[in-house]
Design a protein around this ligand. Sequence first.
Ligand code: C2E
Ligand code: CA
Ligand code: CA
Ligand code: CA
Length: 277
Amino acid sequence: AKSEERNAFRFYSPIMQADARKRLQLASELRQALANDEFRLVFQPSLDLRTGRVVAAEALLRWQHPKRGLVMPDNFIPMAESLGLIRRIDEWVLRAACAWIKQWEHERVAPIRIAVNVSASWFGHPAFIEGLQRALRDYQVDPKRLLLEITESAILRLGEGTHRTMYALHTMGVGVAIDDFGTGYSSLAYLKLPAVVCLKIDRTFITGIPRNADDVAIVEAILAMARSLRLYAIAEGIEDEEQHEFLLRAGCEEGQGYLYARPLEVPDLMRMLKSGG
Ligand code: C2E
Ligand code: CA
Ligand code: CA
Ligand code: CA
């Protein structure tokens, strides 16, 4: 699988993006992928740092390409965005995540919150709320089970319509996490928007703790701000015990990272949930 990933990366490299013929080919392959069920979701657990229990999982997209093998999202999402296909992909992801939530409810698997990444292009689209409502209705999903992850930079790009969308989400009871928090050089005004319930501290700050004094200061400041705004915090990209210890002592509620689990295929997630992880 490793060499397949490398091939896939070369094929979709930014140099190729300049090539119009290749772009057309990728666009048609992405449409085929949607039609032929080549996408699937893996789920990375997120743990309550105090109890060590899995409280949530983030849905992450994987593309099983018929010829090129497994293609990772960083190697097609940016291009899907520039090709105007990301909205359809995001909606596919949301509906697939809702279908899983419903199935797990049937199987009486312990309920956890499922986080879904939403791109600026869909979040800012007039049909977004309607698409979300349709998915929740079609799969009878409790809105509280869902968390939408929007990157800080996406929110900054959106402007006006963001407020309306956030109020609609709040009314529906769907929470929003600010993803990759700390990387957007932003005004912090949007943290007051009603649907925003969570800050996801970017991995680039977690990597440096506890040794890098700047990263320590930034993470502590984000946690203090989250507390006073009554938002909860998730640290992403926790890879070792020292980072875990630091975050636990600093009062971070939740954490995600290779230390606990990689993104898992559904049967592996089920095993982890059933073993009480
Ligand atoms: P993200 O939303 O920041 O997701 C976290 C990424 O970090 C995931 O990569 C995850 O596998 C990886 N990760 C988690 N823990 C660790 C760790 O401890 N160390 C390291 N080095 N990495 C860790 P992945 O699955 O390759 O996804 C990459 C990005 O692609 C995501 O970043 C997100 O921006 C985008 N993406 C993934 N799925 C979707 C989707 O369904 N829709 C949209 N719009 N974007 C998606
Ligand atoms: Ca995310
Ligand atoms: Ca993130
Ligand atoms: Ca990130």
